[in-house]
Design a protein around this ligand. Structure first.
Ligand code: NAP
Length: 636
């Protein structure tokens, strides 16, 4: 049986704990327990002799109750009547179950309780006893408070209503970097939140409980999934922030028996879009909404306002829209950088391409820094200044901003960047973007080049060996001012081409998967909160706002910029290669752009070669489209 809450009815003597507790247990059809029945023999004897218990006496009793509370929960729940006048007693009572204990405080005025006690005892009641109870009673910000100046059936109705109302509006599973920040973000927006983290003996212990107790907004923390789910309002909305892959399936498997039709699971991790398509189908068939929501912004963004890309059914999105849009970053007009992206895996696909664009933008800035530093001889301070100048020329971006800051960071009198190992990995979304583009048969030049550059960087030892073998020297013959002007243009050119490639993949996916993506809206969601927010992104919102179906490189404003700056790009790439300086993204952008703008490409030779060695046939430009020819190329 899955765990159930234990209700602790508490208050001073005479407040009606036993009466209310028993009535509640009957209504909920769970057992009733009286805390007084759990005292050790020594306490019973002391009380029988008219001696008051001290806190030392209470310790074994509270420990015993705490253990029992845990067991009752496992056995299907229960109601416990216990005075629990001090906070320290309450904390001990709930220590084994934490969020699984529901606190019900019975509140009554001194006079009301005194009169009740007097009539109950049918004779004089020692006033000092009640005085001391009221003096000891401490307030408790948790649980519900029920006034006892009403009949028992009203009290029970009020308890049920208040318990229902105090259920959390949303639950977060996985309190890692992102889960914690998103939960705090939700709490700051005044949502009531339950949090869950798995319990791994000796490793992951009381994570959710510690988060809950350390947080001033008092969320409910659980390491028991059924208690966590039980703490949520219906329909239940649960955000998963666990590692992509198997963990998501395991958590869904655990959640499923606890959910009902109409509930909603949001997967906020970087799941593969095909997994999301599979999960969405599996859960929709069971009547549960599944929203695959890409979240971008890192730890800080998650806390202060990330960019969110939710995909799934439109009805499912309605279940969680309120939360996601409230915690998202806001664009320049104050609208949430979160909107329904499209069906099934589209949200995670869009997030994957976001990350792909991010990979290439990072590499673009990195290679420009590298060239300026090691081939032109600029210091990190000078490069930081150059980037800051570009930022003021409507080329600002979050990544350029943070790089300008990174370059100023020193340890003693040394730049910290010089101590960072030049070895980057690629995991998940970067490589997935490349595979997805290949499956869709659409180019991904800059993004896949950035992924490959990271893969090459990872071969540090081999590179060091090769550098010794080849001993390549470079000579700098560059005119500083002119080159910097060209470099600024080349940077912007590369960035535009990279964004165009990213949006083209989205366009292809939208068409192949029938997602009906709105590219202006995707770009708008990316204007704040996410890692690729930039001045360029703002421009892209407007461009696609006018024509959703047009490739980015074909908008006249873009055509004008690229026409003006092509020579600068080509000069930068050729001068750099002459200096033997590698520029993966700028070279890839140049090649992509020159091929993209060529009516005649070299693929006629490819087709002839294929037909020569493999009789693959080819089409002719002087014959009808679709007709295929084979030639015996050896026969001249
Ligand atoms: P994290 O710090 O490693 O946290 C992962 C969480 O998943 C932990 O709470 C972990 O629990 C839980 N978990 C792992 N395996 C589990 C399982 N089998 N059952 C239950 N819980 C399990 O990761 P994160 O950085 O928060 O990232 C979470 C997701 O968001 C990932 O998909 C990530 O790619 C994505 N994301 C991350 C960022 C970022 O900047 N970090 C940005 C955007 C998106 P334990 O504590 O018990 O291990």
């Amino acid at each position: 049986m899955s765990s159930k809450p234990v209700y602790v009815v508490f208050g001073v003597s005479g407040s009606g704990k036993s009466t209310v507790g028993k009535a509640l247990s009957e209504k909920l059809e769970i057992p009733f327990y009286d805390a007084d029945d759990f005292h050790p023999r020594s306490n019973v004897e002391k009380m029988a002799n008219g001696m008051a218990l001290n806190d030392e006496d209470r310790e074994p009793w509270l420990q015993n109750l705490s253990k029992n509370i845990e067991q009752w929960s496992k056995d299907g729940g229960g109601v416990l009547a216990c005075s629990a006048l001090k906070v320290v007693y309450r904390k001990k009572l709930e220590s084994s179950l934490y969020g699984g204990v529901e606190w019900i405080f019975l509140e009554g005025s001194y006079d009301l309780i005194f009169n009740r006690l007097t009539s109950r005892e049918a004779h004089f009641f020692p006033k000092e006893l009640l005085d001391s109870q009221f003096e000891t009673l401490e307030t408790w910000e948790r649980g519900i408070t029920i006034g006892i100046d009403q009949g028992i059936s009203n009290i029970i109705n009020e308890i049920e209503l208040k318990l229902k109302m105090q259920k959390s509006q949303i639950g977060v599973v996985g309190l890692g970097v992102m889960g914690k920040s998103l939960a705090k973000n939700m709490l700051s927006k005044k949502f009531s939140v339950s949090v869950y983290n798995r319990h791994v003996e000796g490793k992951e212990v009381d994570i959710a409980k510690k988060f809950a107790t350390n947080n001033s907004y008092v969320p409910k923390g659980f390491d028991d999934m059924s208690l966590f789910v039980n703490s949520l309002q219906t329909p239940k909305v649960i955000l998963l922030m666990v590692n992509a892959g198997k963990a998501v399936d395991l958590v869904i498997e655990e959640l499923l028996p606890l959910l009902e039709k109409g509930d909603c699971i949001i997967d906020g991790g970087n799941s593969h879009f095909k997994d999301t398509i599979r999960r969405e189908k599996q859960l929709t068939d069971k009547g549960i909404s599944f929203i695959g929501a890409g979240v971008s912004g890192g730890e800080e963004g998650a806390l202060l306002g990330p960019s969110i890309m939710p995909g799934g059914t439109e009805e499912g999105y309605q279940n969680c829209k309120e939360f996601l849009e409230a915690i998202a970053a806001k664009d320049n007009s104050g609208n949430a950088c979160c909107n329904y992206i499209g069906p099934n895996g589209s949200g995670h696909f869009v997030k994957m391409i976001h990350n792909g664009i991010e990979y290439a933008e990072m590499q673009l800035i990195a290679e420009i820094y590298h060239m300026l530093r090691y081939y032109i001889g600029k210091t990190p301070d000078e490069i930081s200044e150059i980037f800051n100048v570009w930022r003021k020329q409507q080329k600002d971006s979050y990544l350029l901003e943070i790089t300008a800051n990174i370059l100023l960071k020193k340890e003693g009198d040394q730049y910290l960047i010089d101590k960072v190992l030049d070895k980057a990995g690629q995991k998940g979304t970067g490589g997935w973007s490349t595979v997805a583009a290949l499956e869709l048969g659409t180019p991904l030049s800059t993004i896949s080049e950035a992924v490959m550059a990271r893969c090459l960087s990872a071969k540090k030892d081999e590179r060091v060996e090769a550098s010794k073998v080849y001993q390549i020297t470079s000579s700098n013959t560059i005119n500083d001012d002119l080159f910097l002007e060209e470099l600024e243009k080349a940077f912007y050119f590369g960035s535009i081409v990279n964004h165009a490639i990213g949006f083209d993949v989205l366009k292809q996916a939208s068409s192949d998967y029938n997602w009906n993506l709105n590219f202006s809206e995707v770009a708008r969601v990316w204007t704040k909160g996410c890692i690729i927010r930039s001045d360029l992104m703002e421009k892209i919102v407007t461009l696609f706002g006018n024509r959703n179906d047009k490739p980015l490189l074909m908008f006249s404003e873009i055509v004008q910029i690229l026409n003006n700056d092509l020579d600068a790009l080509v000069n930068v790439v050729s001068k750099s290669l002459k200096m033997k300086c590698p520029l993966p993204i700028l070279s890839a952008s140049t090649n992509y752009f020159l091929n993209y703008t060529s009516a005649q490409m070299s693929a006629n030779i490819i087709q002839a070669q294929r037909d020569y060695f493999g009789a693959h046939t080819y089409q002719r430009n002087d014959k009808a489209f679709g007709e295929h020819f084979h030639t015996d190329w050896k026969k001249l």
